[in-house]
Design a protein around this ligand. Structure first.
Ligand SMILES: [Zn+2]
Length: 146
């Protein structure tokens, strides 16, 4: 009896708390990644935004009327475009990670709340899940995809 192990040892918890210096390190890492990504996406975005209306169906007048009708449409379209692309989603996750650095919640798994390992964060600084939850998520995705 009473032999149950605690799921979180104190040392892990202590380690899981990020020091300011570490947060700054990851912030710099994320900002660097973000900069690179945006400069790569710049070309892509331009290409997509320039070709979209003219290439579709040809009814430009009704299209632009629709655009004028909804003031935020361009922004929504840009957001949708960002999230539709792999780079865009990455950018989104980087921004979310930067926000978590500001909140001081960075480095914790969003699913189970346990600290994400340093090695994982160094490889994937925008990681939002610990490796266990990530694996679970991947498995779920596979199931849904079939
Ligand atoms: Zn987790």
């Amino acid at each position: 009896m009473g032999k149950r192990r605690k799921s979180l040892c104190p040392e892990l918890l202590r380690k899981g708390k990020m020091k300011k210096k570490e947060l700054e390190k990851f912030e710099a890492l994320l900002l660097e990644k973000r900069k690179k990504l945006i400069s790569e996406m710049g070309h892509l975005k331009k290409a997509v935004l320039e070709t979209t209306p003219k290439d579709s169906a040809g009814d430009i007048s009704s299209y632009s009327y629709h655009m004028a009708d909804q003031g935020t449409d361009a922004m929504e379209r840009e957001k949708a475009f960002l999230l539709a692309s792999k780079d865009g989603r990455l950018l989104y996750h980087i921004d979310e990670a930067l926000r978590r650095i500001k909140d001081k919640t960075y480095g914790k798994c969003l699913e189970c709340g346990k600290p994400i390992s340093r090695a994982r964060l160094e490889a994937v600084p925008h990681a939002r899940l610990c490796i266990n939850c990530k694996e679970k998520e991947e498995k779920e995705k596979l199931k849904q995809g079939q």
